[in-house]
Structures are given as C-alpha cells and as structure tokens.
Design a protein. Structure first.
Length: 430
C-alpha cells in the first residue's frame, strides 16, 4: 500500500488498523464524494468477482492504486493484448480516481476495486481469481496479498517502482516492512538509486528497467489525436509564427491558479487552455470568473454545443477527463499543477510534445522533474513572482522557448523502452 496509508496504520498495527480504516470509509461515505464511491466499490467487488470471473481462472492480475499508476501499467497491458490476445487480464484499483475513469477500459477482461486487505481477504480473493501471476504498479503493495501469493507459489512482480531512502522499507527497525518486498518474485525499478537501496536490504532480484510512463506519453505523441475544438480555439502551431504563444495549465488546482492567473490576466494577447484536476459546476464557474467571466472564458462543452461561444474568448476550460495528454500538443508553454500542494502531476505528458514545462516547488520526489530541470526542459518555480518572470521570458524569447522545448522532448525520447524490457522478461522467456 502507499506510504501515506502505512503511516496511518503503522501505529495501530496492520491487522487492527485496516478494519478500523474500513470502518472509517463507511462513516466518511455518509458525506458522499469519493468516500461514497470507494465504499460502494469495495462492497461490490466480491459480487463482481463471484459473478464474472471465468471458472478456469488463469488471469494476469494487474493492480494499480489510481489513474497515474494505470497509465504506467497501460503500456504493458496494450503490448500483451496485441501480442497475446488470448491472455485474460483482471485489472484492480484502490482509488475512485482510477476506477471511475477506467472502469470501462476495453483491454481488461474484468475491472473492479481490490478488496481491502483485511484478515482472510487475500486468500478469498485468490481462491476466486486463481491468477497465473500478479503485477503491482509502482507503489501499491498490500501485505496480506503479497504473503498469500508467495505462499501459493504464484509469481508476483512490481513494475516502474521508485524507492527513496526515507520510505518505511529502509528505516531502522523496519525489517517488517522490508520483508514485504522479499515476497515479490522480481522488482523492476526506474533507476539505479532504487536498485542500490534494495540491495542494502538484501534484495538482488531487481532490474533497472526505467519508467513505463515514458512509453505511454511517447505513444500518445506518435499517434497524435486531433481535437477539433482546441484547433478552432488556438489554431494550428504552423500558423502561429510571430504570434503570442499559447499557454496550457494541466491538472490545475486553485493553489496553481493563484500562481499563474495574475500573469495570464495581464496578457490578454495570450490564449490559454486550462484543465482543472477535479471539477464540478461550482469549480468551473469560479474558474470562468477568475479569467473574466462570460466572453473571456469558455468551457469546452460550450464550444462543442455552440460553435460561436468561444469566438472572442481567450481562455478555454476543459471540462472533461481523458483529453489532457493530447491537449498539450496545441500549446507552446505548459504549466503542470500539483507542485504547490501534495506533489506535481504528470509533467511527462507535456514534455513529450517538445514544449517547456513549468511546475511548483513540491517536485523533489519525482525523478523526471529533477532530470528535466537539469537539462533545461523543466522549470521549477517557488512563487507567483518566479512564475511571472519565467513566463515573460518564454513569451518574449522564441529562441529560448524552442530550445527548452527541444530539451524536454529529447529527454522523453531518450527515456523510452521500459515496457520492452518488462514484457520480454515476463512474457517472452523460453
């Protein structure tokens, strides 16, 4: 399970903490929102599994915490279904942010929430599913499931893993947590630093494969998806020579808007695309008012319904999910949100399009943010003042903007290939 979950449960003990956590979800569900979705999903999981699992079992079970981890596992799923379509895939999630967006993903044979790892759940789950192997993506590890997989001799793998020395696995007196990793058959890590940390706790069944997210964003870039409404709004890049650059803010939170909105509102000549990380009617209305209200800001859905709605607008707000990774193609400068909160979102999606990427100060847990900063394709800012200074440079200096963008795109291209390594090991062995 994720680090945050471990910190909550550690003082209570795993066996006691998880049932209490489940009770907390039930109580929180009374207030609606994500807790209600999670509670309902956990309640439905056993029914879905009993009713829909093929009696012969043999599933390749892939577990992702949320949407970001799904994007890391997706390249492996697509490769597997292309080469070996007869393989059956069970895809599980823990977060509603992943399940609700991808519950109809066509390449998985069955999709559900993973039942919480309370006593007895892992054995019951494996009795029903009878997987041929289990693949966990990046961080999402549950003790009961790992132990039961090992006990039954079912191979289990962790892919696109990234470890840091401050994690529970590597703390003094944390051999209990480190033992979880020893139940895994093999671990595929993103970098050499992770391999060294694992070697320090006696794990040698480790391969440095890289991060499958790079393969995913490169695939999106190479199979460019045309978005008619964005093309109508900002025009084609080839037609924008000597015009003001187009700005895009992806996965934006209110804390991010406090950083870039003042600059954007000062420059009425700069067209902008805003993709909020989460939204409802209240959030969307506030965003429209922030950028001048009706006439100045328009929703994507409004432009689709009324083609003339965005005729004089300078800000287009994307009010749907699943479009952002392709939307970056229409911009010249990107800002990726989350860095003034718990951590930046996917900056690789923007960098893949060869544009400079700006992000906030909470980025140090993300290797790609440090790498992009080092090569000039990424720019970290600590305040609205920092942002304004950098945005002005990129707006006025076409040469710097293009140079930084090229560095970002080259970095993504150089980092691809993790999917090939993992797929060859797991599915192409003699």
């Amino acid at each position: 399970m994720a680090d945050a979950g471990r910190r909550v449960l550690e003082p209570l003990g795993y066996g006691i903490g998880l049932p209490l956590y489940r009770l907390g979800i039930r109580i929180a569900a009374l207030g609606g929102g994500k807790a209600r979705l999670l509670n309902g999903g956990l309640n439905d999981s056993w029914h879905i599994l009993r009713e829909s699992i093929a009696p012969e079992g043999g599933y390749i079970w892939i577990h992702c915490a949320s949407l970001g981890e799904f994007e890391q596992g997706r390249t492996l799923i697509e490769r597997l279904k292309t080469d070996q379509p007869e393989k059956k895939i069970l895809l599980t999630f823990f977060s509603p942010s992943g399940y609700e967006v991808r519950k109809n993903y066509l390449l998985a044979d069955l999709i559900c929430y993973l039942p919480l790892d309370v006593p007895g759940a892992a054995a019951r789950f494996l009795d029903i599913v009878r997987p041929s192997m289990a693949i966990f993506v990046k961080y999402e590890l549950w003790r009961g499931y790992l132990k039961e997989l090992s006990r039954r001799g079912i191979p289990s793998y962790l892919i696109s893993a990234l470890f840091r020395k401050d994690q529970a696995f590597f703390r003094k007196r944390s051999s209990w947590y480190a033992g979880w990793l020893h139940w895994l058959t093999h671990i595929y890590v993103q970098n050499e630093e992770s391999r060294i940390l694992l070697a320090g706790i006696g794990l040698e069944n480790v391969t440095v494969a890289g991060d499958t997210r790079f393969d995913r964003v490169a695939h999106i870039r190479d199979s460019a998806r045309r978005i008619d409404v964005l093309e109508r709004f900002v025009g084609k890049k080839s037609d924008r020579k000597d015009k003001s650059p187009v700005f895009i803010a992806g996965s934006s939170w209110p804390a991010d808007e406090a950083v870039y909105a003042p600059w954007l509102n000062e420059h009425k000549d700069v067209k902008a695309i805003i993709a909020p990380h989460e939204f409802d009617k209240v959030r969307l209305n506030k965003l429209k008012q922030l950028f001048g209200g009706e006439g100045e800001a328009v929703l994507k859905s409004e432009m689709e319904q009324y083609p003339e709605a965005g005729k004089n607008a300078r800000v287009l707000i994307i009010d749907c999910f699943g479009l952002l990774s392709s939307a970056y193609a229409y911009a010249d400068i990107a800002y990726v949100g989350g860095g003034f909160g718990v951590g930046i979102h996917n900056i690789n999606e923007a960098a893949a399009w060869g544009i400079p990427v700006i992000y906030g100060p909470n980025h140090h847990r993300f290797a790609e943010a440090e790498d992009l900063k080092a090569n000039g394709g990424g720019i970290a800012v600590a305040s609205a003042r920092d942002f304004t200074g950098m945005a002005e440079r990129l707006r006025l200096d076409t040469e710097e903007r293009e140079r930084r963008g090229k560095s970002a795109g080259d970095y993504i291209s150089a980092m691809t290939g993790a999917t090939d390594i993992i797929y060859h090991d797991l599915f192409r062995k003699k």
